[in-house]
Design a protein around this ligand. Structure first.
Ligand SMILES: Nc1ncnc2c1ncn2[C@@H]1O[C@H](COP(=O)(O)OP(=O)(O)O)[C@@H](O)[C@H]1O
Ligand SMILES: [Mg+2]
Length: 406
């Protein structure tokens, strides 16, 4: 088919022509905004799921809905920032939100107050004051400048929430890759949002991240459980998967036979990203409508090769030989969560010995811990990939631990 008309979107965060299977989350988001506008409280959500299931796309849908409802959005893609970089990122995003609420010339007391608090916050990471020079208000000394992150964020978010409410606007923080926030950063955000909920300000936070995100401890955990639902998104059900494959094509007047759709669903396992990659490969191979099962079979090798060379490969390329061996040992055991001791046994080592390797892989976002003592791949079908990429398990020589045996 004409490559110019290929309707599939095999790219991270790329909005597909049709977003299927997310009606519940979208309805929940509508309800959340509508209730906050009425001064009611409502649990917000942190969407969790494996790589490629559509978390970023869903946040994008939330963003469109928020903008349509005249909310101000503060979008953050979390990374493993140190605290100062995190503060700096928030500063610039919140500054934009202030200007979005109203141009500077029309700031009222509440907006000026929020700008003053923001300026004072900026001194915590930029004592020279150069980043906040353009705000031309006096800093609100003593507000948001304690250097205690949870206190500073609480004061800042309250100030901007109050400014927004005087304009009958709300503010929604949309945080992607939220698992990369360092624990004190996540806890500080949760504490700040908790305070705004108590004051019934129209401020909320919606996040998306890998499944381990729900693990928190202490006060932050009890707040988090009250403030957020943690809906998991994952594979599409059979009907939605088939719609996700067929509808983009039928909008271009290309149909699929039922057998072709069934096979495409089976190959992709219903994973949104895999559906886009396979759809795109099918489009390249297909010459006539309807697309048959044979065409899907013909497209499969290119689909697998593309995934291996990109989606999977980038993840393996960052791993050391020992980390790769760990992934390979896990893959040999299958796609389900694996016990640390079973993986270690495959490698002829102990789980204590491999604990640092496992922790590194979790920290890199390649594995997560669905329950204590277990780890699972964050990337669907990674078990099959790793067996293709590393047909045999080779464990690197144990490094000398420093004590030379002579
Ligand atoms: N509901 C959906 N239906 C069909 N395809 C989707 C859907 N959501 C996402 N996709 C596609 O899946 C891929 C991964 O989406 P993305 O949002 O980047 O996933 P994640 O953020 O969970 O890793 C993209 O190619 C996107 O076009
Ligand atoms: Mg994403």
């Amino acid at each position: 088919m004409d490559p110019l008309l290929n309707p599939y979107t095999p790219n991270a965060g790329a909005k597909p022509p049709i977003v299927v299977g997310r009606d519940d989350q979208l309805a929940n988001f509508d309800l959340l905004l509508a209730r906050l506008v009425r001064g009611r409280t409502e649990q917000s959500m942190i969407i969790t799921g494996l790589r490629g299931v559509g978390k970023t796309v869903l946040l994008g849908q939330f963003r469109s809905k928020a903008l349509a409802a005249n909310w101000v959005t503060v979008e953050i893609e979390a990374s493993k920032h140190e605290e100062d970089a995190f503060r700096r990122d928030l500063f610039f995003k919140i500054r934009s939100a202030l200007f979005e609420l109203s141009p500077k010339a029309r700031w009222d007391d509440r907006l000026r107050r929020a700008a003053s608090v923001l300026k004072s916050f900026s001194f915590t990471f930029d004592p020279s004051g150069s980043v906040s020079a353009s705000l031309d208000v006096e800093a609100a000394d003593g507000s948001a400048d304690s250097h205690v992150l949870s206190m500073d964020l609480t004061e800042l978010v309250l100030a901007i929430g109050e400014a927004a409410s005087t304009r009958d606007r709300g503010i929604v923080f949309l945080i992607d890759e939220i698992q990369f926030l360092q624990r004190p950063q996540l806890e500080a955000l949760i504490t700040a949002i908790h305070k705004t909920v108590q004051r019934t300000l129209p401020v909320t936070l919606v996040g998306a991240g890998l499944p381990q995100i729900a693990e928190l401890a202490g006060d932050a955990k009890s707040y988090a459980e009250r403030l957020f639902k943690f809906p998991q998104i994952g594979v599409l059900n059979s009907q939605d998967a088939q719609t996700a494959i067929s509808r983009p094509a039928s909008e271009e007047n290309v149909e699929f036979t039922p057998e072709a759709l069934a096979l495409a669903e089976e190959i992709t396992g219903g994973y949104p990203y895999f559906i886009q990659e396979l759809g795109s490969a099918i489009w390249s191979v297909a010459e006539t409508s309807p697309v048959t099962k044979q065409v899907v079979q013909e497209a499969e090798p290119a689909y697998v090769a593309k995934l291996d060379a990109s989606f999977f490969r980038v993840r393996l390329d960052r791993a050391t030989p020992l980390q790769s061996a760990y992934l390979r040992a896990m893959g040999g055991l299958g796609p389900q969560p694996q016990k640390a001791s079973d993986v270690a046994a495959q490698m002829g080592r102990t789980s204590e010995n491999l604990a640092p390797t496992r922790a590194e892989l979790i920290n890199m976002g390649l594995l997560y811990t669905p329950e204590h003592g277990y780890a699972a791949f964050t990337v669907p079908h990674f078990d099959k990939f790793i067996l293709r990429a590393m047909p045999t398990l080779e464990v690197p020589e144990k490094r000398n631990s420093g004590r030379k045996a002579r």
